[in-house]
Every structure is written in structure tokens, then in C-alpha cells.
Design a binder for this molecule. Structure first.
Ligand SMILES: *Cc1c(COP(=O)(O)O)cnc(C)c1O
Length: 399
């Protein structure tokens, strides 16, 4: 094995520079712990950005992957395969949707969702000037379509012109959305809980209002559940807490527990908008990745992961509230289940760095002032307690 510094130097020399990485080289994981190449153990409250729901090195999950590797990795979508059937069945059951398309990533799931919206509107009037309303401070991915609906000027600016016909409104402000609706609007896209933008759950009033607005104007409601879905809020998909249902939904991140897979799903009238030939992918839904997703969904059911998140999420909430009451630099605490944000009056970059290097606690930010807690869904109370102790040690040095 090379030294830690050699890995870092080679990466910086060869890998395209679009990230500022922490100088840590992770080597393996176990449960909710990560280990670096020097053998240091870290408590992980980031889960590879809300991906490793089941944690690391889960035997049942890993065995399912290994047995699929021995059988079949890929066939293309010119043929049927076995695991995609099970993954599709399981995902439709827990999402209450009617049709699913498997993608390789979150951003591709968004592309598919946007194409459904365009196609649905096109089917009605065959015109080419349909508009989509997206939210300020949203995040939907980095490909050009997804970037076009991402309400973050820093990400968009160097890549303009983006796709036309996108209007932005304020999240949780129904009037600002209504102001953007006209006869050309074909869809509204939003995260049920804004992740990247700072952990802002939609209010019930807002989401219900958006649903009613979509119904009134025959627009599709697209809910991006890529980060907040897959059990993270204590229900399988975050919208299931609100008593509204989207026409189109996207998922990814925790769906494959580290194996790259996403999906867009559609219900009702949206489920039949696209026809054969309208969309495709070489890898998407291949036997390897869908074996992973099918196993994730099976383990979620067998282990009652969603119920666990509900309980442990409440415990995490209480512990962060206690911390917030002791440290005035904490100005707000938001979120639900195991997607929680702690907002500070100071920039959090030094807090995150100290947590990682001094306390061996992996946490990430969401914007300059917010710490985002998106741990593996299988954390226990002892891990919450350990995280709070570590975070508190850092906060003591910030005063
Ligand atoms: C991560 C994320 C995406 C993009 O997913 P990728 O797999 O990185 O392309 C889209 N929407 C939300 C809400 C996300 O958190």
C-alpha cells in the first residue's frame, strides 16, 4: 500500500479538480465507523452524503452483492433481467407509485422527471414553450437539466445558457409560486426537505397548497426525494408524512447503499406520458445495481429501518436541542428523523475540520453556516451520545 500522502498527491495530480477534499484517505468501514489508511477510527454522521443507510460492511447486503457478481453484472435494456423485477416491485410497493425507471444517479433521475413533465405537456398541445417552476436554494444535481432547476446561482453562472423556461419561486411561500404560474407552466419541482440548501422541510400548508395548485392547472408535481427519501425522515418517502402524493418522484442516494443507482417514478396520468423510444440508458437498472436496491429494500422491511429512524431521530433531536441550549453560537435547529441541520452564527468550516481531524467525527455542512447530520440510518443511541460529546468538545474551543 502507498502512504496516505502518496494517495493524496496522485489524486490531486490525476483526478479532475472539481472538489476541495479533506486530507483523509478512507480505507474501510464497519457499521457506523470509517477507518483511514493510518488505522484511525471515525464515527460517521455523514454516510457518504446520506447514502450509506445500512452502514458499512453489512454482511447480508454484501453477500447479496457477491452472489450477483458471480451470476450476471449487465445485459443492457434490450433484454429482461431477474433482479430489476424484484427491485421494481419492492420500490413501487413502498413508494405507492405506478411506474419506475432506474437510473445511474440522482441527477439522471431528475433529467427523467423533467422529460416526463415536458412530454406530458407536449402530449396535450404539441407546443414547445412549456415552463417549469423550481425553488430558490434547491439542489437537484449537476447535469445541465438538473442544474437548470437548481436555485443556486454559484453553480449555474459559469454554465449558462441553461435550459429555457425555468422560473424560480421561494420555498415555503405559496404566493411566490402562484405568482410564477401561467398557462405554459407544466410542472413544479421541489425537494420535500431541502437538503443542500440548509435542511428546510416543506411546511404542510405549503406542500398541500402546491398539490392543489398543480391539480387546478393540470401541472405535474415533481418531488425530489433523492436525499430526504428512503426512510430518512421516519417514513419511507418524506411526502408520506403530508397526505399529498406527487405525480413524479425521484430517489437515489440510499437506494443502493453505496452502489450507484437512482430512479424516477410516476403515478397516475404521469405514468403513461412517455412512450417507447422516449428515454433510455445503457447501464440503468442493470442486474448488479438492482440486486443491490432489491436487497436494500428487503432489509429495510425485515429490520423495520423506518420505525428505527423515527425513534432514533427523536432522540437525536432532543440531544441537539440540549446542545443548542448550552451554546449560543447555535441559532437554529431544523429537520426531522435523521436529516437534521444545526445553524450557527459563525461559519462552520472550522467546526467541521476540527470534528474530523481532532475528534474523528465525520460531519458535513450544508451552506456556510449549517452543519448537516445525515448519519447511517442504523445508528443507535450510544452513537448519538458519542457524536454529541465530540461535537461539544469542538464547540468548547469555538467560544
Ligand atoms: C444529491 C442530490 C441530487 C443529485 O444526485 P447525484 O447522484 O449526485 O447526481 C439531486 N437532488 C438532491 C435533493 C440531492 O440531494
Amino acid at each position: 500500500m502507498r502512504s496516505k500522502q502518496e494517495y493524496i498527491d496522485k489524486s490531486e495530480e490525476n483526478i479532475y479538480k472539481t472538489y476541495n477534499r479533506f486530507p483523509v484517505v478512507f480505507h474501510h468501514g464497519e457499521g457506523v465507523s470509517l477507518y483511514d489508511t493510518d488505522g484511525n477510527q471515525y464515527l460517521d454522521f455523514a454516510a457518504g452524503i446520506a447514502v450509506m443507510g445500512l452502514g458499512y460492511h453489512d454482511k447480508e447486503f454484501d453477500d447479496a452483492l457477491k452472489s450477483q457478481v458471480d451470476q450476471l453484472l449487465h445485459t443492457s435494456n434490450l433484454f429482461y433481467n431477474v433482479p430489476v423485477v424484484e427491485a421494481g416491485e419492492r420500490l413501487l410497493k413502498v413508494s405507492q407509485m405506478d411506474k419506475v425507471f432506474f437510473t445511474n444517479s440522482g441527477t439522471e433521475a431528475i433529467e427523467g422527471a423533467l422529460k416526463i413533465a415536458r412530454r406530458y405537456a407536449y402530449n396535450k398541445d404539441h407546443s414547445h414553450d412549456h415552463e417549469i417552476i423550481a425553488m430558490n436554494h434547491s439542489f437537484h444535481g449537476r447535469s445541465l437539466g438538473a442544474l437548470s432547476v437548481t436555485g443556486n446561482d454559484k453553480y449555474q453562472e459559469p454554465f449558462k445558457p441553461l435550459i429555457p423556461g425555468i422560473k424560480f419561486a421561494d420555498f415555503n411561500d405559496l404566493e411566490s409560486v402562484k405568482a410564477q404560474v401561467n398557462e405554459k407552466t407544466c410542472a413544479i419541482i421541489m425537494e420535500t426537505v431541502q437538503g443542500e440548501g440548509g435542511i428546510y422541510p416543506a411546511t404542510e400548508e405549503f406542500l398541500k397548497g402546491i398539490r392543489a395548485l398543480c391539480d387546478e392547472h393540470d401541472m405535474l408535481l415533481i418531488l425530489d426525494e433523492i436525499q430526504c427519501g428512503m426512510g430518512r425522515t421516519g417514513v419511507m418517502f418524506a411526502w408520506q408524512r403530508y397526505g399529498v402524493k406527487p405525480d413524479v418522484m425521484t430517489t437515489a442516494k440510499a437506494l443502493g447503499n453505496g452502489v450507484p443507482i437512482g430512479a424516477f417514478l410516476a403515478s397516475g396520468k404521469a405514468a403513461t406520458a412517455m412512450a417507447p423510444g422516449d428515454h433510455g440508458t445503457t447501464y440503468g437498472g442493470n442486474p448488479f445495481v438492482t440486486a443491490a436496491a432489491a436487497k436494500v429494500l428487503e432489509l429495510f422491511e425485515n429490520r423495520n429501518i423506518v420505525e428505527h429512524v423515527k425513534e432514533i431521530g427523536e432522540y437525536l433531536w432532543e440531544k441537539v436541542e440540549e446542545l443548542a441550549s448550552k451554546y449560543p453560537v447555535i441559532t437554529e435547529h431544523r429537520g426531522v428523523g435523521l436529516i437534521q441541520g444545526i445553524e450557527f452564527s459563525i461559519p462552520v468550516a472550522p467546526i467541521v475540520e476540527k470534528a474530523i481531524f481532532q475528534e474523528k467525527l465525520v460531519i458535513i455542512s450544508a451552506g456556510a453556516n449549517i452543519i448537516r447530520l445525515v448519519p447511517p440510518l442504523v445508528i443507535e443511541k450510544e452513537h448519538v451520545d458519542a457524536m454529541i460529546l465530540k461535537l461539544e468538545s469542538v464547540l468548547k474551543t469555538c467560544e
